[in-house]
Design a protein around this ligand. Structure first.
Ligand code: HMG
Ligand code: MG
Length: 294
């Protein structure tokens, strides 16, 4: 039996949050609909964050109202606080994500509070999600290094990952926010996180600034991780992480996984159509296909 790897498509959120030009809502909807048809089990569709902080996703409710829902696809959104969660619930999201950081400096820049305060802010979100029967992902940004304070101690990542797990997140997502992680650094970080959280409850989220994202996936696969985030067309970045370039390209990830004998369930013809749409919407930011041999 081939091993299944879940490719968690985050382009409509992590990609489009970073576009300088505002992408029309109808184009976001068309992109998500194409991705649904391509067979993704999980699509991170948008964020219910402050539109003052991320104007690119101010149309979150309209996007969620406009998409065609496919059976077998969960539509997830970011929720930084209870207000975001309530809007997410009203929008029909099937899953939400809270996002903490292993770096104090990044936490302040990204969500304007300390790590401890962020975890306190997530507690009512977890409670409300539990009541509503929605599953919650928990990101740990700056899992290897931070654009403001440099290298991050794996013990700090494990602490935040453990806190999110204890709060009830079903999946913890160590994230290389600025895409500078090396395979060796990922190995060191995951070894510490895995002491407390089994690989089956981890997903990895690699940006690809340094061109090492596929090599980092390979390390995590070997450690048993079976869910990876990526963005169609390699879109992406975080407006509060200077230097953070695109996420790992979904095409590159799917190609590499399938070449290694894993099953992803993604229709690569429809994925290529989604990539072409992205290229027409954000031509300067897209990357395609496998860029590195791993
Ligand atoms: P704040 O300014 O500290 O808090 O923002 P506030 O409560 O004073 O809110 C500011 C304004 O936003 C107020 O409006 C609120 O009502 C409103 P005003 O009174 O000034 O008119 N507001 C909201 N509006 C809509 N939805 C909401 C909401 N909450 C407050 N949910 C806050 C704190 C967390 C809201 C803000 O810092 C924020 O929205 N930050 C989000 C930043 C973000 O989205 N960053 C990118 C995503 S994270 C990422 O990319 C990393 C990841 O990919 C993994 C990785 O790669 O590392 C996940
Ligand atoms: Mg990201």
């Amino acid at each position: 039996m081939t091993d299944h790897v879940r490719v968690y498509e985050v382009g409509p959120r992590d990609g489009l949050q970073n576009e300088k030009a505002l992408i029309p809502t109808k184009d976001k909807i068309a992109l998500i609909n194409l991705l649904s048809r391509a067979g993704f089990e999980k699509i991170e569709a948008t964020s219910f964050v402050s539109p003052k902080w991320v104007p690119q996703l101010a149309d979150a409710a309209e996007v969620m109202a406009g998409i065609d829902r496919r059976d077998g696809t969960d539509y997830s959104v970011l929720t930084p606080n209870l207000r975001g969660f309530e809007a997410a619930l009203a929008s029909g999201a099937n899953e939400v994500a809270v996002f903490a950081s292993a770096s104090e400096a990044f936490s302040q820049k990204n969500i304007n509070c300390s790590i401890t305060e962020s975890l306190q802010r997530f507690a009512p979100v977890m409670e409300a999600a539990h009541q509503a029967g929605l599953r919650v992902r928990g990101y740990v940004s700056c899992a290897v290094d931070c654009p403001y304070s440099g290298m991050v101690d794996p013990a700090a990542v494990a602490r935040v990952a453990g806190a999110l797990s204890d709060m009830g997140c079903y999946e913890i997502v160590p994230s290389d926010t600025i895409g500078r992680a090396t395979p060796e650094a990922v190995q060191r970080m995951l070894a510490v996180v895995l002491a407390d959280i089994p690989a089956a409850r981890l997903a990895c989220h690699f940006h690809d600034t340094g061109g090492q994202a596929l090599a980092n996936v390979a390390v995590a696969v070997d450690l048993g991780v079976r869910t990876f985030d990526s963005a169609v067309g390699g879109l992406g970045g975080c407006p509060y992480a200077p230097g953070a370039k695109g996420n790992l390209s979904t095409t590159a990830l799917v190609t590499m996984l399938e070449q290694r004998g894993f099953h992803t369930g993604i229709d690569q013809v429809l994925l290529a159509k989604a990539e072409a749409l992205v290229a027409s919407l954000a031509p300067q930011n897209t990357t395609t296909g496998p860029q590195h041999d791993v």
